[in-house]
Design a protein around this ligand. Structure first.
Ligand SMILES: Nc1ncnc2c1ncn2[C@@H]1O[C@H](COP(=O)(O)OP(=O)(O)O)[C@@H](O)[C@H]1O
Ligand SMILES: [Mg+2]
Length: 282
């Protein structure tokens, strides 16, 4: 059952009050490899929206299609449209999108290893024209969200931990003063406690700065606890979507993505049972 807030959310999603709309996109790599086969999703302003699914499902490809980072991978959106605030952005380059307030935090973090933590953060402000004082004050904002980075501000980024590097990558994105962050697999390779910390910060930034998040995650469990809405991708298609609370209670999601069911724990790698039970694909 949907409660009133969830129903309102679902209605808003369908009524076009979206910061971002992805309509039926197809992505092909190297002119031949069809990877996304008609993916559609909506991201309402102010939401945390999750793209879920296993390794190779097409999550990163979807984010890169949105931020126009596919070209360098010999990938191409061959069908469909991507609208940001109602305008088609499929032809823009990544930095034009940053100027529109949309920034991607890539999978695997990507710090400038030879720069210090603080220098890394400052590179995030390169598109800004609002002066040093504003940038300095945002640096303090980032340190408020990530106190750990303040302690490590003078350390060379390459020598910080995986969790700290994830924080640097997110902090650098915040330094561009985005309206929307595309966050790819923030939990990857991090210990559970750190994953929780990272998601707590996502939640805080969402609530306090009003930043909209579209995040890709294999860690369905944590993503569905923090996101408002989720899309499950498999093999380049959305196979299910719904408010996070609803997905958390769905028996198939429980069985194949949350690793639990009424019959006990199961892995979604149990392919035979997976095919039989996966009625949403029918
Ligand atoms: N540059 C590329 N060239 C060819 N195939 C690719 C490329 N990048 C990803 N793929 C393929 O696209 C599919 C989806 O990959 P990806 O979007 O990275 O999935 P996910 O992020 O969900 O793990 C995979 O089968 C992957 O092998
Ligand atoms: Mg990925």
């Amino acid at each position: 059952m949907l409660d009133a807030a969830q129903t309102a959310e679902k209605t808003a999603r369908n009524a076009g009050e979206n910061l971002l709309e992805v309509n039926n996109i197809e992505v092909i790599y190297n002119h031949v490899i069809l990877v996304l086969k008609g993916v559609s999703l909506n991201v309402p302003k102010g939401s945390i929206t999750a793209i879920l699914g296993g390794n190779g499902a097409g999550k990163t490809t979807t984010l890169k299609a949105i931020s126009n980072l596919l070209q360098s991978e010999r990938g191409e959106v061959t069908k469909g449209s991507i609208l940001h605030m109602g305008e088609n952005v499929a032809e823009l380059n990544p930095s034009a999108l940053v100027k529109r307030g949309v920034i991607q935090v890539m999978e695997g973090r990507h710090c400038f290893e030879h720069l210090t933590v603080e220098e890394n953060l400052l590179t995030g402000a390169y598109t800004r024209t609002d002066g040093k004082a504003a940038i300095a004050s945002d640096l303090e904002m980032v340190y408020d969200y990530f106190p750990r980075l303040k302690e490590r501000r003078k350390s060379q980024a390459g020598y910080t931990s995986g969790g700290e590097q994830q924080m640097v990558a997110m902090g650098r994105a915040l330094m561009s003063r985005p309206d929307m962050i595309l966050l790819d697999e923030p939990s990857m390779g991090l210990a559970p406690q750190l994953v929780e910390q990272i998601f707590e910060i996502v939640k805080k930034v969402n609530e306090q700065e009003g930043v909209t998040f579209l995040l890709a995650e294999q860690n369905t469990n944590v993503a569905l606890r923090y996101a408002h809405y989720g899309y499950i991708l498999e093999n380049g298609r959305v196979v299910m979507d719904g408010p996070a609370a609803e997905l958390r209670e769905n028996p198939d999601v429980k069985e194949f993505y949350l690793g639990m069911s009424d019959e006990g724990r199961k892995s979604f790698r149990d392919v035979r049972s997976y095919r039989r039970r996966k009625r949403w694909l029918a």
